[in-house]
Design a protein around this ligand. Sequence first.
Ligand code: SF4
Ligand code: SF4
Length: 73
Amino acid sequence: MSNKAQVIINESWCKGCEICVDICPRDVLIMEDFVAKVDDIDQCTGCMMCELLCPDFAIVVHPPEKKKKSVTE
Ligand code: SF4
Ligand code: SF4
């Protein structure tokens, strides 16, 4: 069980387009040697934007597990 997000980057698939770095709303990702890298995973909300927008399917996001909350409608 993890309440922290995980972002896994397949470096051999990354072509260094920087899209993920640009769209991440929390500045989790950086470029290093023309490859995307996770810089600050603690800021990641697990929004999945980077995974969805990576043209090379090089990113897999495991969002944090949600705490069970009572639903109020
Ligand atoms: S969007 Fe994908 S291909 Fe582009 S830099 Fe990020 S991981 Fe690499
Ligand atoms: S899942 Fe969202 S917050 Fe986390 S690295 Fe990707 S774009 Fe940034």
